[in-house]
Design a protein around this ligand. Sequence first.
Ligand code: ADP
Ligand code: MG
Length: 702
Amino acid sequence: MQLNLLETPIEYLKGVGPKKAEIFKKEFQIFTFQDLLFYYPYRHVDKSQIHTISAIEAEGVFMQFKGKIISYETVGERHTKRLVAQFTDETGVLELVWFNSLKWIENMLAERREYIIFGKPTLFNHRWNMSHPEMLDPEKQMNSGLSMAFQPLYNTSDKAKKSGLDSRSISKIMITLLNQVQEIITERLSDDIIQKYKLLSLKEALINIHYPESQESLNKALLRLKFDELFFVQLRLLTQKLVHTQRSSGHLFSTVGETFNTYYKTYLPFELTNAQKRVIKEIRADIGSGKQMNRLLQGDVGSGKTITALLVMLIAKDNGYQSCLMAPTEILATQHFESITKLLKDMPVKVGFLTGSTKSKERKSLFEELQTGEIDILIGTHALLENNVIFNNLGLVIIDEQHRFGVEQRSKMWKKNNIPPHILVMTATPIPRTLAMTLYGDLDVSIIDELPKGRKPIVTRHLYEKNRLGMFGFMQKEIAAGRQVFVVYPLIKESEKMDLFDLMAGYDLMADCFPIPLYQIGIVHGKMKAKEKDFVMNRFVKGEINILLSTTVIEVGIDVPNASVMVIENAERFGLSQLHQLRGRVGRGADQSYCLLMTKHELSTESKQRLKAMTDTNDGFEIANIDLRLRGPGDLQGTRQSGELDFKLADLAKDEKLVLFTRNLAKEILEEDPDLQIARNQSMGKYLHEIMKKQHFFGNIS
Ligand code: ADP
Ligand code: MG
């Protein structure tokens, strides 16, 4: 019964009606009373204070005064015609001016009562003026029962304004709504939590987010509503996690056997970093627990995720299971296949390779070997997801560069064995902690936060056109020393001719300054056929090309240790995490590497901040945090479609403490009461159930 009122269609609210209801639906996606209740103002104007006219100091600030009209007159002719009134509060005189509705205003002023006026004073002819002030009658109190100390301002649109839904009329409708529904707003947090953390009730919070009594109560309302946004997301994610990890069984990898040990002791080409060792331990604890692993492995570019993944795949083999490693592009998959085959060349481990371009004859024998279990490790692209790829006993799935794969695609991997395989998702895009907790809140997280020994930090410089010749000279020197150079041009959309033009113009210039046969230049871009692309890439990998010009197709994963210079043209057009990814293509060998960011001269403040971040630090996590601050979570790479980040008030960059706090609280509560059945938790359980029902909810997904 109570719920019904809040779910009433918006047209039934007094003052709305069918026409405005249409606008509410079309422009603001507000369909019901409840939707409107949660349509928060973006700002408030402080009307809690009465100022004196003598205290006016600056233009453009909203101020409120209380006083009388002492005189008024109409001046000017036709379209210069206006009404000018003198308003005083005993401390000074303010001129009020109206340009239209003159008759109506004149009638009002004729009463010569006391007024509260509100607006922005401006200085004109050495006198303080206010045009079209908002006028309130101090005796005629709004009997809304709500505080009018702060006026809410609501986002609206031109179309809505034309139909009479400007901010002011929305705020009036909001008063009607609040009066009608405030008594039936049901609490969803437990009293316990509300009292312990001194939160406002949901009812008080909703009243005060629209019509706060004071700045303090507005702050409290904001806190309570942000708390709800973050807390219930965490409660949902942790509930999902409980479902996967504690209740669904996984393959038990109980031993670390001969394959792993032989490889580790005899063939591992280098000593693992401490971070790699720690991560392998964390993974071993998961896969040895009998529960299914769902783990996210974060590690900056070049931190050595591949070898870490390989070692886990060897443990899978020791326990009689097959593994697969899935990469987002053909080039990357090929590189993984080649490097892993090389690493395992002296080991009795059979590695298969499958992509979209694998020939049907090869496919046939590959599929057979997969089904008989002859193949231990299958490496490939999303071709691995196809239904006809059937394993004998798949126990472990590793997904590299996670953000290129959609959630639904990943869920397909779950179905490739009766008991779902362990899942390790690897990403080189470091994600700030709060974002990871929210986006991947149902995954466990491991971090490789250390680069292999001997890596020299990449030297990054910001250059302008006037430095171009110097830069070319530097490239020549590096090439003479046997190194290779990447030059990357922006490509926002692969179809944009403009971008391709940049690349081609860049080529002409380069070909002029680095002539054949002294220099070999190669080009790669997204419009090329995969075969052609691979051909050029392979020549670069083999060292036959000195300078590789490309668009961002080389962004992910490519490993060419001999390349020591990364030039990024029009660097201002790249996002920060993209710049960092590109920089990660160099600095992979023992030589000193360089990243040169070429930009035009005039830059926006944000571009400057991005470039400064790049020259200041090599640390991917620091870069990710700066990126989150600069752009907000919605724009971060790979997170665009995520509904998880759809907060109205909470901000993952600014509200880090609250994210951590609500996560811990949700954890504590679920540890004690996983189904939220204890009396005091029931209201939370009920609300959680409602959100889960609404959410497009893939139960069992990594
Ligand atoms: P990413 O984490 O970006 O995928 P890779 O796995 O490609 O990084 O590793 C980058 C390079 O570092 C590879 O050439 C790899 O062989 C090498 N590498 C990985 N771990 C170590 C280590 N512990 N010591 C030295 N080199 C390592
Ligand atoms: Mg990698």
